[in-house]
Design a protein around this ligand. Structure first.
Ligand SMILES: [Zn+2]
Length: 328
């Protein structure tokens, strides 16, 4: 799964917008794409970043094909490319457009879950009405998905899903696979955040996406992450929110950083009313100010001994001592 794709420099939504028909893979496209940075979750050990064999094969095949196209030249490639975006309208409302290769009934549980997720995010984070809809492009299989992305965004490493925010569109690209619900929830969370806020710090963007990708209850509790946090503490891990806040390039985010980002978000939302208000007030400011300073400064002003409280919260999660409210 995963990933916010942003421009290498601010503003963040500068990548070339997707089109219904892929442009020819020639140098005509390279300038626009050269501004893109790598995606998140680049740790090779991450489940989200491991390249499935079929995907790897598709990528390799498409790389060879792209070289061939390049040799032919732009002139011969002006006709529409056969790898078009999914166009079947699976869902369409003011917040969410789903274009799918797969025939989905309108009341399919995946669509209902995704539609409900927007309300869950907005209610939990007290977000305003989003300014833009998010468009989900759901390919029928990973090969077609991989071929599309490789041609449209040739510098991106293979991932199960991408969120691409541009000035014209907030788009999620993914395919029908085993992790489809988790992938859609993660990427759609990025979409809702970027549709509602001026900007989102990298660590917070990923921490919230990790939090909301969990469909099971209690809300936001990634049980695997909870146990790994406890294990890391036992090995002498020292969480460091300020270090997370210093990460600005998507390529800097490692597997452990996603875990820690999730843990801080969970702490902020569930430790106490005061910690939750630190996060909510920060998000309120992000609605009008894309550079509100560091959240850690506000946290330490509001919550004495925040690091110790964070450690206690994380430990209690893994031992089942915290009852996480479904209402939040
Ligand atoms: Zn992400």
């Amino acid at each position: 799964m995963s990933c916010v794709v942003v421009a290498a420099s601010s503003p963040r939504r500068e990548v070339a917008p997707p089109t219904n028909v892929i442009p020819a893979p020639c140098s005509c496209l390279s300038d626009a794409i050269s501004t893109m940075t790598g995606p998140h979750r680049n740790d090779p050990d991450s489940n989200h970043s491991q390249r499935p064999n079929a995907l790897r094969a598709a990528w390799s095949r498409w790389s060879a094909l792209a070289v061939l196209f390049g040799a032919i030249g732009c002139q011969a490639l002006q006709r529409p490319d056969p790898i078009a975006l999914p166009t079947r309208r699976a869902m369409e409302n003011e917040h969410l457009l789903v274009r799918s290769d797969v025939k989905l009934p309108k009341n399919h549980k995946l669509l209902r879950d995704l539609d409900g997720l927007r309300d869950e995010i907005a209610e939990t984070l007290q977000l305003p009405i989003q300014k833009q809809p998010v468009t989900v492009y759901l390919f029928s299989d990973e090969v077609r998905y991989a071929q599309y992305l490789h041609v449209r965004y040739p510098k991106l490493p293979p991932r199960r899903a991408y969120f691409v925010g541009t000035a014209k569109e907030l788009a999620v690209y993914t395919f029908w696979g085993e992790k489809i619900q988790e992938d859609l929830r993660h990427e759609y969370t990025h979409g809702v955040l970027h549709a509602s806020l001026q900007d989102v710090p990298l660590w917070l963007d990923e921490g919230l996406a990790e939090y909301f990708e969990v469909a099971s209850r209690p809300a936001g509790l990634n049980r695997d992450y909870a146990s790994r946090v406890a294990s890391d503490f036992a090995k002498g891990w020292h969480p460091n929110l300020e270090r997370l806040e210093s990460l600005e390039a998507v390529g800097d985010m490692q597997k452990a950083d996603y875990l820690e980002s999730w843990a801080w978000v969970h702490f902020l939302l569930h430790h106490s009313d005061d910690s939750r208000e630190v996060l909510l007030s920060y998000l309120r400011e992000l609605q009008t100010n894309g550079k509100p300073g560091y959240l850690s400064t506000r946290l330490r002003t509001t919550i004495p001994h925040a690091d110790e409280r964070f450690a206690a919260h994380a430990a209690s999660l893994s031992s089942g001592l915290v009852t996480v409210s479904d209402e939040r």
